[in-house]
Design a protein around this ligand. Sequence first.
Ligand SMILES: Cc1ncc(C[n+]2csc(CCOP(=O)(O)OP(=O)(O)O)c2C)c(N)n1
Ligand code: SF4
Ligand SMILES: [Mg+2]
Length: 337
Amino acid sequence: MSTTFVEEKPTQNLEAFKGVKKVPYEEYYTSGHRTCQACESAQIMKLMAKAAGPRTIVLGATGCMYVANTSYYSTPWGVPWMHTQLGSAGSSALGAAAAFRVQMRKGVMKDEPINVIAFCGDGGGADMGLNAISATLTHPDYNLLILLYDNESYGNTDIQISGTSPWGVNTSFSTPGKVKRIMHHRWKKNVAALMLAGHPTCKYVGTISTSYPLQAMNNIRKALSIGGPTFIHCLNPCPKGWDFDPVLSFELGELAVNTGIWPLYEVENGKLKLYGKTEQIAKGRFKRLPVREYLLKQGRFNHFVEEDIEFFQSKVDEMWEKWLVPGIIPLQKDIEL
Ligand SMILES: Cc1ncc(C[n+]2csc(CCOP(=O)(O)OP(=O)(O)O)c2C)c(N)n1
Ligand code: SF4
Ligand SMILES: [Mg+2]
């Protein structure tokens, strides 16, 4: 019995855009959607489609990026797009990649590299669809990208807590009361590190932010070119759910990175690289900003008192000072081998 895998198909070779002037004008996610003003989840859809280009199919799990993007008779997608169930980003990506291979082998369609991207929200990806994503990342023989856009809530159904909602946050499931101020006591899931540690077959895992758009597009291009299943987690400020003036969307994305709350890194063929401000923080060239600068700009943390801000700060300090890989791998530094 053969133990070899089905051969991996060649991917598109998507070189990095060398500067904003080299980014093509063509848009594959354009007008026709009805997301909130300054929605950064919509922004990553636009960047993702631009980075991937026309030979791409996008599969979208239920959530804001499905519902707001597919109003009756109108769509912003300029590439083929298909809805999939809330927990099915992983299985739909694998199924589509496998179906393409069969169609090409049978000569039903031209044999050429096609990008297969499935996106999901944090509810769909970090909670409900985690098992299907995990299974998909164990298949080294299919090229695909799973992109998790993270607005830190079940946004489409009116902002309920998800596994990536931050500690203490006010959501429709954790409204602060007069007796109990903090109703959400769990820390955010460390999703990219989970994928990284659990799936050695996955050649590219990384985090991105829409506040660093060129880098985000280039990381997406790298993930699509490397071969096999890949995973990217993007933090997306959400004016409605986070309760801030839309003009602050971009700044909040930067603050999440500069406070150390959202570390930027990529792992390519097992090699970890911190990038941008995160790298500067790790090398001691940039001092992390206090988390209060990020928290107090958002209505969802309006109920925080000093003690809450200090607790939040202490948890972020712990990530940077005690973790084996700062901000990424939550093992204590002093392991004995
Ligand atoms: C199996 C299933 N359960 C519940 C729902 C209802 N539902 C639709 S969208 C959604 C929220 C999804 O949250 P997330 O994945 O974070 O995406 P967001 O809406 O925040 O963009 C829920 C619960 C559903 N469509 N399918
Ligand atoms: S609720 Fe948030 S994620 Fe959903 S469309 Fe509005 S800004 Fe975007
Ligand atoms: Mg969400």
